[in-house]
Design a protein around this ligand. Sequence first.
Ligand code: 3HC
Length: 699
Amino acid sequence: MTDPTPHLIRTSRDGDVLILTIDNPPVNAFSPGVPEGLKAGLDAAATDDTVRAVVIIGGGRTFIAGADIRTFNLPREQAPDLRGTIAKLDAFPKPTVAALHGTALGGGFELALGCTYRVATPDAKVGLPEVKLGLLPGAGGTQRLPRVVGVKKALDLILSGTPVGAAPARDLGLIDEIVEGDLLTGAVAFAWRVADVRPLPRISERPAQPDPEAIEAARQSIRKTHRGQLSPQFIVDLVDLATRTPFNEGHAEEGVKFVQAKDSPQSRGMRHMFFAEREAAKIPGLDKTTPTTDIRRVGVIGAGTMGGGIAMNFLNAGIPVTIVETAQENLDRGLNTIRKTYEASAAKGRLKPEDVQKRLDLLTPTLSMNDLGDADLIIEAVFEDMAVKKDIFTRLDAVAKPGAILATNTSTLDVGEIAAVTSRPEQVIGLHFFSPANIMKLLEIVRADRTSDSVLATSLKLSRTIGKVGVVVGVCNGFVGNRMLYAYREQASKAVLEGATPQAVDAAMNALGLPMGPYAMSDMAGLDIGYMARRAAAERAGQPMPDDWVDRVVQLGRKGQKTGAGVYDYPDGSRTPVPSPAVDDLIQAYRAEKGVQPREATQDDLIARLTATLANEGARILEEGIALRASDIDTIYTYGYGFPAYRGGPMHYASEQGLTTVVQTLERHGLEVAPLLRRLAQEGKTFAQYDAERAKSQT
Ligand code: 3HC
């Protein structure tokens, strides 16, 4: 009978060394076909007396970058047998050498640890990033790593999930030799040198020294760093176990815990986010042939908090920036903030001291927009006023060189309307950064009705250059993220009107895993910002001025942390919110005015209500074509608004709850259900199925 899985392993010989090359592009994930090929190669090598050692190497750009994440939903018997392959390596009677280049991650690095030796190129990286997928190293990593680097370092590496370079890995004993020059040649030469060394140095046979202090410290620290997450707790337990039991027992327990973590909603959520982030970069109609422009110089208009933060992204990427302000005083203040931010990074050791000046040298301050003539991209970052923006874009149109991209950082306004004042609306796009713009990873890329494909493709490429996750959205009030935030805040306000306290609402969202609830967050951002945005939107729509209890809090002069009082009090300049008796009174008076009898809400109900609201607004956004996919909405809300990745974003979270349940929650609170959400619920589908069906219909 022929084997149904294609063998993704090439076999070759160099004298008495057998070479097994993994050929599974793009990242040599451990997919079906890889274990079959490796095992077949090892079986052949074991019985062939002319083979003295085996080298395992990755073809293409990397060694194995991990288990194939897409196979985690397969039934157990169909999943590629990574643990079995490593067990075979561990018991193999001849030396095996893993030759590492690119990123040897997760199961890939675990396979390397199961080999007798490891060599690597100088730029290779190794790591166990499973925790970022809500998992734990499930193929021996929790048991082998502490046997090599000790408990403390093993916990650092596994709990952070951050890969280390070849040189530090060698210093830690994880790599035996760094190969300068051709990796395969070096690996074979290494194999020859060790071919006759016996006994074979197997990591599984080494002891792991107990370190109760490091275990306790890790337990304490994950409560903060990985609040509410399951897999970090398993990791600490398993690393501890490695010091107390023989390898096989710890290894068996690791297998059990891995399956538990893999089957948890948390890991499903994080795996969803892994693919969602990568999917966001794929835009129907755009491909590798879509022309893009090289962005060699950037102009930024406005040196306020936003403009300064935006400029820093480009300076960090080595791209020169010309920054424009209207008054010298504002320009000086803006530059000073940028300098101070860099100096603070250098003081914390995050930036080399010499890089502070290097980055500042890339910045040209000016008071004249005429100095933007050589910029390939100009980003306007002034306050949200359509008339001001139109004026700036009219002037920019006259100054900017042909082909330059003109971008607005508006968070609410119609980018198409701004574009229309220029003679080149196809060159105009929205680049919506999130505050603090030098830190937040999200970039909403707003495609207006006439934005060209090339400008869109350039913006997406640029988002990667500056280390952002770019998500393409269409034009509507607030685009995707802020529009959902408005709906969520409105619902939070109603929940308070009906009887919840602001602190109960915040506590509920905190329990869900958001770092801050809506009120702590708006107090921090400045309550007046939302207030003014709501009023401006009402004015544009010709509606009466909004007047809910939060508006009244602002009218008392309580604008949030910056005024020492908002929804909460911040006594003596503290940043810790304290419930405010004055706001309590205001809320009670407001309820009485509206004739509302307050009812208590449970935490579960608050979570259900607010998350259902997000998914409902998300469904409307999808129906209107403002977002391309539900997974894009999840990416936006996770990267821009603190929704925990382990919940998978609001759309995924709703699907996990069951869309019928979500519809019932909305109805219970008298909310109008988005037709798409209702339809999916009736059909028993999830948002992921909706995305998959749409993707299929587009190909
Ligand atoms: N499984 C399946 N697909 C994977 C994958 C994996 N482990 N790693 C990457 N891919 C896919 C990506 O989805 C993407 O697919 P697409 O082209 O269809 O969108 C493609 O490979 C290229 O990936 P990137 O766009 O991310 O390429 P980069 O060059 O930017 O990054 C990388 C490469 C550093 C390897 C990055 O992809 C990465 O971090 N991958 C995940 C690594 C990881 O988490 N490994 C652990 C897996 S869990 C595990 O091993 C469990 C074990 O302990 C039992």
